[in-house]
Design a protein around this ligand. Structure first.
Ligand SMILES: Nc1ncnc2c1ncn2[C@@H]1O[C@H](COP(=O)(O)OP(=O)(O)OP(=O)(O)O)[C@@H](O)[C@H]1O
Length: 660
């Protein structure tokens, strides 16, 4: 079946040819190859390492500099207690099923989804309906074809049940999935073996700090927790002013059960995360929202998805926020800025959409959540998650550590408040409560106003109260009026205290890089062997290719001068002096995505300048060294395009391209 996924020039995308280019040009490979390669771990060679650095530079400029964010570098090794409090120890897990005969581990939800989707697809084929095949992962297709060998028509009721099952799979517990696997006879598609019931496996890599083993820790699964725990320092740095945002670029680690699809699901990956802290009572407005109000975005909302649709509606962010489709201005502002970043690095706008999370995909505390998805040959892939984490993280860390993680700001209009107080007479309570004293104090401090009022009435009537205290024998302590007293007091409140809410755009750099590489890949018309990586000049890993026309010692002084000038201009370059034809040299460097080529020829020796070649059009112009360097410099800064250079400098009718 023809792939739905096309290259930028509308050609069929050939994943094998693309992957072979990535290998040939050492963009990336599986880590530790001589030892048999480790799944889910990749090494980047020079082209990809440089590309990543360029993308990160643009990210820093686009977000950190432009939005005045506070860049942070927090530790990757994270104590157990931090991730226990954040909920990762208990909840950051996936269910797996084991094929008992082969030992293969399958992620339970992926297994169910793959098998049920295969059955639905085969039902469509049996009914003679068109099968949409955006997901062209060959491994997945192979699994699907193994799961269902020939087209089988399903009962209407079964079909409906399957569709419902897929829509609610995210809500399933491990036991639910176990029951589904049994009920629908779901087996390992590769072996057709029955699988063992789902078992929950935490995705964090565990380690320990120091040699005693007494301080368990994890490699962080996200950069966010370090940023939350730096909150008070950030607030001080921003002169106690909200909104404020921090940003962190660093590695995260997830022991994925079944890493697959190359860079898309790996075990160690670079994240770029922003935590934007905002006053919840401000309606989460954003001071710069007016500047993006009219920008249109492709939004695939919840309602469309529940009706089985997958086509986004192009809407201005102003309308989307006004209609509450997007919950608030801050979230909306970030969706626009994410799209603008993607455009800046050369992502194909037709292969980008924002998908709203279904209610069952969001964390219980999240107010709204949108993923920026990029289309590549594996389908639509989440590359940036943009979530409203509300006040959850700061609140839980404050509760667990007693550290003040709130904002305190003066009230414009101080107000008189009446409050019930609960005071312990420590001199008298000490001898009675002994080691439980501090626990009782904490329990009294945690009593609500309503509770304090009720207790004051009990105290009045009975002369004693019973207080629930965590960590004491029996969980309760009886306190008499000689020890504790309740009173209604009036005071003037001058400060407001609140826990900020957090909007978090979280970028997976590897997924973006992979999608970008697919988006810029194409082959020259009529010659599938001549592939090109059309990286924008602003982020191409190498900016200039220098090619002397032939191997000739007379070119040496000019080449040295050229290299010195390129170094001076801080332009990365590669000199290709190999013996092959100039056309071949250009062709093989097009695969590295080098946007410009300078040819040194015999006329150059006579002081008649150099030719400058544009990778995408293969057109050439001629100019002096000054003119050429100026043009390249401007194009690499995004200040000028090739079309305008072509108007300024005389076009050169070179014969290099034909000299294959
Ligand atoms: N195993 C992984 N390999 C590569 N990138 C990842 C991986 N897990 C997450 N990411 C990236 O980090 C970003 C933020 O992480 P987040 O926790 O929101 O992902 P997620 O919802 O767990 O992803 P998924 O549902 O695909 O596992 C994702 O949008 C993605 O780009």
């Amino acid at each position: 079946m023809a792939s739905e996924y096309k290259t930028r020039t509308g050609q069929e995308f050939d994943r094998n040819a693309f992957e072979s280019l990535l290998r040939r040009k050492v963009f990336l490979w599986q880590s530790f190859e001589p030892y048999g390669a480790t799944k889910g771990l990749f090494d980047y060679g020079p082209p990809l390492e440089n590309l990543e650095a360029e993308v990160i530079n643009i990210w820093r400029d686009h977000f950190i500099r432009h939005e005045k964010m506070m860049a942070l570098k927090c530790s990757m090794i994270t104590p157990y207690q931090v991730l226990k409090t954040s909920g990762h120890v208990d909840k950051f897990a996936d269910y797996m099923c084991k094929d008992p005969k082969t030992g293969e581990i399958l992620r339970s939800d992926h297994l169910i989804k793959d098998v049920i989707e295969a059955r639905l697809k085969s039902d469509k084929e049996a009914r003679g309906e068109k099968v949409e095949d955006a997901e062209e992962d060959p491994k997945k297709k192979k699994k699907q074809s193994k799961a269902v060998k020939s087209a089988v028509k399903l009962d209407d009721a079964v079909k409906q049940e399957y569709e419902h099952l897929l829509a609610t799979l995210d809500d399933c517990t491990g036991d639910d999935m176990g029951a589904l696997i049994k009920k629908h006879d779901i087996r390992n598609p590769t072996t057709n073996n029955e699988v063992e019931p789902p078992v929950s496996v935490n995705l964090m890599f565990q380690t320990q700090i120091g040699a005693t083993g007494k301080e368990p820790a994890f490699l962080r699964p996200e950069t966010a927790q370090g940023q939350f725990l730096s909150f008070q320092k950030l607030l001080e740095y921003s002169d106690n002013q909200l909104p404020m945002a921090s940003a962190s670029i660093g590695y995260s680690f997830r022991n994925e059960l079944s890493p697959r699809s190359g860079l898309l699901r790996v075990r160690e990956f670079l994240m770029a995360e922003i935590e934007h802290f905002v006053d919840p009572e401000s309606g989460k407005r954003h001071p710069k929202f007016h500047s993006v109000r009219d920008v249109k975005l492709p939004l695939l909302d919840r309602k469309t998805q529940s009706a089985g649709g997958s086509t986004p509606t192009v809407t201005s962010i102003g309308e989307a926020v006004d209609s509450k489709l997007v919950d608030n201005e801050t979230l909306g502002y970030f969706l626009v800025r994410i799209m603008q970043f993607m455009q800046k690095i050369g992502i194909d706008p037709a292969k980008l959409r924002f998908r709203q999370h279904m209610a069952n995909e969001m964390a219980h505390y999240a107010a709204d959540c949108w993923d920026c998805e990029l289309l590549n040959s594996y389908g639509w892939i989440e590359c940036v998650g943009c979530a409203d984490r509300s006040a959850y993280d700061l609140s839980v860390h404050e509760k667990a550590t007693g550290t003040f993680l709130k904002v305190r700001e003066p009230l414009k209009d101080p107000k008189r408040v009446e409050e019930w107080t609960a005071s312990l007479d420590k001199k008298k309570s000490g001898p009675k409560l002994k080691k439980d004293q501090s626990k009782v104090e904490a329990a009294l401090a945690g009593l609500s106003q309503e509770m304090r009022e009720k207790m004051s009435i009990s105290m009045e009537k009975e002369g004693k109260v019973e207080v629930s205290v965590e960590g004491v024998e029996g969980g309760k302590v009886e306190l008499g009026r000689e020890i504790v007293s309740f009173a209604k007091e009036s005071r003037v409140e001058t400060m407001r205290e609140y826990t900020p809410n957090v909007i978090e755009p979280s970028f997976g750099v590897g997924r973006i890089l992979y999608s970008l590489m697919e988006h810029v890949y194409w082959t020259r018309e009529g010659d599938a062997a001549r592939s090109v990586m059309s990286f924008l000049p602003t982020l191409a890993p190498i900016k200039v290719l220098v090619v002397p026309l032939q191997k000739d010692a007379r070119f040496a002084p000019l080449l040295s001068e050229l290299e010195a000038r390129l170094d001076d201009a801080q332009l990365s370059y590669k000199v290709d002096q190999s013996g092959v034809s100039i056309g071949k040299r250009y062709s093989r460097n097009d695969e590295l995505g080098i946007p410009f080529g300078i040819t040194v020829d015999y006329e150059s020796l006579e002081g008649k300048g150099f030719t400058l070649r544009d990778r995408d059009s293969t057109k050439q112009v001629r100019g002096s060294l000054e003119e050429i360097l100026e043009a390249i410099g401007k194009m690499c800064k995004g200040k000028e395009g090739w079309e305008s250079v072509e108007k300024r400098l005389p076009v050169f009718e070179g014969k290099e391209e034909k000299e294959e």
